[in-house]
Design a protein. Sequence first.
Length: 225
Amino acid sequence: MLLDHELKTSTLADGVEDSLLAYMQKANLSPGDLLPKEEELAVHLNVSRHIVREGVSRLKALGLVESRKKRGMVMKRPCAFTGLQKLAEANLFGIRDQKEFMELRVVLELGMCDFVFLRKTPEKLAHLREVAGLPNSSVQQYSTEIDFHTCLMEIGGNQIASQFRTILARVFKPLYDNSNAKKTLLKTPTHHEICAVLERGTSEEFHAMLRQHFEPYLAQVNIKQ
C-alpha cells in the first residue's frame, strides 16, 4: 500500500509540474515574472499544497523557478543543461563519453569563431590577454585553459553556448591530464598567439589557428585532419 501511495503522489506531482509548465507558456511569462502562490495553485489544481510544493521543487531543480523573499516564486531564465551539469559534477561519464564531449567542445568553439571575431572589442581582447596565462607556453594550468576558452565563448555572446561549454569543461579535465596530450601541446599555438591573430588577423586565420590549437585533443578522439 505504501508503494501505491508513493506512486499516486508522484503521479500527482507530475501533473502539477506539467500544469505549471503549461501555465508559464500560456501566460507568456518572462524571467522575473511571478507565479501564483502555492495555496492558489492547490485550489486551482485541486491537490494538496504538499503536492504543489513537490511539483514546484521539480521546476526549481530544473533551474526554472526560484523563491524570493517578499515576492514569492519567480520564473528564471532556464538553463538548458541543468541535468547534464549535475551528471558532469558527479563525474559519472566514462572515457567514451569524455571523448564524445571533446568532439562537441571542438565543434562548438570552432563553430562560434565567426561570432567571436565579429563581436570582439578592444576591452574584451584586453581581458582575454589577462586570462591567457604564460606568454610563451602552449602548456597551461587547467584552470587557465578553462578561463581562456570560456572567455572566448563569452566574447561570442551566446549565453547558452557558454553554459554548455562550462559543462564540457568539467568532462574535459581527464583528457587534459593525459601526459601525451600535454607533450603534444608544446607544438601548438599559444593562447597569446591566438589573441594576436584575433586582434590583427582575419576570421579565416583565427579559425585556422584555433583549429591547430585543438590538434592534441582531436588526436585523442581520433579525428583525422
